[in-house]
Every structure is written in structure tokens, then in C-alpha cells.
Design a protein around this ligand. Structure first.
Ligand code: MHO
Length: 252
């Protein structure tokens, strides 16, 4: 092969390699957004629309009931958070605190409003316990997700402290780490004490009961922790059903 032909061949090879690299690079840059698009399309409506917040404010039986009845709250789960122990359980939760995970619709209620519910529903100045419950597991914590929530939590805590300087607001503000749902017997605990209402909503299997928005609300109602207008509204609905006979309560 003549020298000039060899050179031509090399040049051709070089052009071929460049084109191949460019082509793959292009296909990659075209395909990549496709994949991203697929993931976001796969997300269910509820995942995109609802947000999650976690608070600790004493016994989680009560915490679930406090938040369950607030308009805009879709679902609550009792659990453990704020500690380092893996897979905590009720009898061995170590450094975790009893907590409630609140799933909410940000179009109906904001994190700031949830903070108001948090502050007005317990005594954040009580040291090493809440109400009659004594121990580290009953401590007060706001779990935050990112800097904006962290800032809102800090501002609200400062405001709470300014209400009185005679004692210290003990509430911790922690970045949300793991939240471990508690055992089934601790979920919707208040509602389960009322067998009449459990029957009225159709004796749901445990898993369904845990996911049910209706059960979430009624759990607050049984504990008499709903805002008073909602408490009355549910009273009326239940009385109406009792008068009519024995249908099943499906929604409020
Ligand atoms: N005072 C409650 C606390 C229960 S709790 C879920 C009790 O009756 O033991 O820690």
C-alpha cells in the first residue's frame, strides 16, 4: 500500500471513530431524559401530591389522634424515630422517641400550620416526659426535611420560647432520618378501644385500618382530640346512622 493511501485509511478510521463517539453520545443524551421521564410518570398521584412530616410529642397513641383529625391530614402512622438503634420495638426502643408520621395534602395544610398543631397539643417545657408518661421516649421533637423546614421549625420554637422565659422549651429539631412504624397493636390505638366504631366502619382488616383516612380521623374523634366543630360534625353523622339503622360508615 502506498504511503498516501495509508494516510487516507488512517484519516477515514479517525473520522469513523469520531462519528461513532458522537453518535453514542447523542443517543445517550437523548435516552437519558426519557428514563427520567418514565420514573416520574411511574409515580402515583398520591406520591406526588402528598407530603410527609414527623413529630414526637409524648405517647404516640395520643400523637396519632392529635394529627388524625386535622383537615388536610390524609393518614397517620405511629412509630419510632430520633434514635440510632436499628429496628426498634416498643419494649426496646433505646434512644428513639415515640413519634407520629403525618401524611398531608400541602394544598390544604402547610408545614407551618402543622407546627401550630404540634405546639398547641403538648407541653414542650416538660422535662423527661409528657403528661403522666415519664422517660426519654416521650421527649418533644420536630423532625425536619431540608433547610426550609428547619428554618420554619427554629422560628416557631423561638416564638414558643418568647411566650415565657421562666422555663426552657425542650423541643429538639432534628433532620429526619429513619422512621420505623410501630407494631400493629399501636396503630389507631384510640379507635381500637371503641368496638362500636370499629364495627361501624366495617371491621377493616388491620392493614386496611392502618391505611384508612376515615380510621385516621375517627382515631382523633374517639380520643376527643378533634377541633370542636369537627368533633360535633362526626357526632351528628354517627347519630344519624344510629337513627337510620345499621349501615356502614364509609366517609365523613
Ligand atoms: N400512658 C400510656 C403510655 C403508652 S405509650 C404508647 C400507658 O398507658 O402506658 O407509651
Amino acid at each position: 500500500m502506498a504511503v498516501s493511501e495509508k494516510k487516507k485509511l488512517h484519516l477515514l478510521l479517525f473520522v469513523f471513530i469520531i462519528l461513532t463517539v458522537l453518535f453514542f453520545d447523542k443517543t445517550l443524551s437523548i435516552r437519558f431524559p426519557d428514563r427520567v421521564h418514565e420514573t416520574s410518570r411511574d409515580k402515583s398521584d398520591s406520591q406526588q401530591r402528598f407530603k410527609v412530616a414527623v413529630f414526637a410529642l409524648g405517647s404516640f397513641w395520643r400523637s396519632e389522634a392529635v394529627f388524625g383529625c386535622i383537615p388536610g391530614v390524609i393518614r397517620t402512622t405511629a412509630g419510632y424515630s430520633g434514635g440510632s438503634k436499628l429496628n426498634p420495638e416498643y419494649r426496646s426502643l433505646a434512644d428513639h422517641a415515640e413519634s407520629v408520621q403525618v401524611e398531608y395534602d400541602p394544598g390544604m395544610i402547610s408545614f407551618r400550620e402543622l407546627l401550630d398543631v404540634f405546639w398547641s397539643s403538648h407541653d414542650p417545657r416538660q422535662v423527661y416526659g409528657q403528661g403522666p408518661d415519664v422517660g426519654n421516649q416521650y421527649r418533644s421533637i420536630i423532625f425536619v426535611n431540608g433547610t426550609e423546614e428547619s428554618r420554619m421549625a427554629a422560628v416557631s420554637k423561638e416564638l414558643e420560647q418568647t411566650r415565657s422565659r421562666s422555663s426552657i422549651v425542650t423541643t429538639q429539631i432534628l433532620q429526619l432520618g429513619m422512621f420505623y412504624p410501630a407494631e400493629p397493636e399501636h396503630q389507631k390505638f384510640e379507635l381500637k378501644q371503641n368496638t362500636f366504631l370499629i364495627q361501624l366502619i366495617g371491621n377493616l382488616p388491620q392493614e386496611e385500618l392502618e391505611r384508612s383516612s376515615l380510621a385516621t380521623k375517627l382515631n382523633g374523634y374517639v380520643a376527643e382530640l378533634c377541633p370542636s366543630n369537627i368533633q360535633k360534625q362526626i357526632d351528628a353523622k354517627i347519630n344519624e346512622i344510629i337513627k337510620k339503622g345499621w349501615p356502614i360508615l364509609r366517609e365523613l
